[in-house]
Write a protein that binds this ligand. Structure first.
Ligand code: NDP
Length: 331
């Protein structure tokens, strides 16, 4: 049995992760931690979680708990991960892992020292669509990828805005564009080296975090990606297009939490749809995490993946703030 403690009575756990944990054989959720006792009790009751608490130490000293899922607001991830690692718990942590590279590095080091698994919940790389795109690139179906366009702009409904509007860990880049970066790293098997960007605050007001970004990222294989991220537009379907000289991979509705989307191969003759067998992205993530627990593989996205996507997201933020191209610093 794998016993889980939920650190954070969050929306993402309620919508996706509780179900994904329970979909794995012999996985059960033991406790949920919230900073507020009433919210913890209500959340536990609503989600059939047998125990709840408000003290991290109580959760971490519980022997029935083998792994924790950290989905609190981003400034809390580091301290909670360090404590969980010290208690010998395996960790699935939400992105961004932390608000600085040093903090993310400390988290990874603590997990390594403690001999526990650390995973980052970059869900998009678990999509069957992205697995197929990656396979096509690896099999050289389109030849050398030169340009990528990522469309990941949507509208953040008011009930989800909360801390994302004005918390240092909020804003569209650290919250959403970071997923695009992880996805591109996964698809291209390449690392970003430099970035430039401009941001916008159309919905969030002055003084808040950015709610729109146009970023350009150069990879170490020479490819250049253009990323459009936003929380302020309602009718922009998510997608990704990858161009070589002769061909393109065109993927529509693939920047979603849901197991949807279509992938096409475009050549001189037109577009051909590639068959996809969809699977819940979070189920796939939890399956990989369970395999890692059994020492049969790596998590879908490791702590190092989380650190790398954070490094690029921070560089994009800095590029927008300074108006200068930035080299990505991974250390
Ligand atoms: P929520 O706002 O739902 O939860 C974050 C924290 O806010 C909770 O830990 C909770 O604190 C507190 N909170 C929640 N509801 C209330 C309330 N009604 N009143 C006061 N406090 C409340 O955040 P999300 O679920 O959207 O995001 C959590 C984390 O997950 C973030 O790191 C985010 O970046 C990430 N995320 C990842 C996604 C993915 O698909 N990978 C998708 C969405 C988010 P407490 O625990 O103390 O009760």
């Amino acid at each position: 049995t794998v016993g889980w403690g939920l650190i954070g009575a969050s929306n993402v756990a309620r919508e996706w992760i509780i179900d994904a944990i329970r979909a794995q054989p012999d996985n059960e959720i033991v406790t949920v931690l919230s900073s507020d006792n009433d919210r913890a009790a209500n959340y536990a009751a609503e989600n059939n979680i047998p125990h709840h608490c408000t003290q991290l130490e109580a959760l971490l000293s519980d022997d029935r708990i083998d792994a924790v899922y950290i989905s609190t607001t981003n400034e809390l991830h580091k301290q909670q991960a360090l404590a969980a690692a010290a208690a010998g718990k395996h960790i699935l942590c939400e992105k961004p892992l932390a608000l600085s590279l040093n903090d993310a590095r400390d988290m990874i080091d603590a997990c390594r020292r403690a001999g526990v698994i650390m995973a980052t919940n970059h869900h998009l790389r678990n999509a069957a669509t992205h697995h197929e795109i990656r396979r096509m690139l690896r099999d050289n179906v389109i030849g050398k990828p030169l340009f990528i366009r990522v469309f990941h702009a949507n509208y953040l409904p008011p009930h989800l805005q909360g801390w994302r509007v004005n918390n240092a860990g909020g804003g569209v880049i650290l919250d959403s564009t970071i997923h695009d970066i992880d996805t591109l790293r996964f698809l291209l098997d390449a690392e970003p080296v430099s970035v430039t960007a401009m941001t916008q605050s159309a919905l969030f007001t002055a003084g808040d975090q950015e709610d729109g970004v146009m970023a350009i990222v150069r990879f170490d294989n020479g490819a250049i990606a253009q990323i459009h991220g936003a929380y302020s537009v309602k009718v922009a379907p998510g997608g990704i297009e990858i161009y070589s000289t002769d061909k393109a991979i065109v993927a529509r509705n693939v920047m979603s939490q849901r197991a949807i989307g279509q992938v096409f191969l475009r050549d001189a003759e037109g577009e051909h749809e590639i068959p996809i067998v969809h699977e819940n992205l979070y189920h796939r993530a939890l399956r990989a995490f369970n395999k890692a627990l059994r020492k049969e593989g790596e998590p879908a996205a490791t702590g190092e993946d989380g650190l790398r996507s954070l490094a690029v997201a921070l560089a994009i933020k800095e590029a927008a703030q300074t108006g200068c191209q930035r080299e990505v610093q991974y250390a």
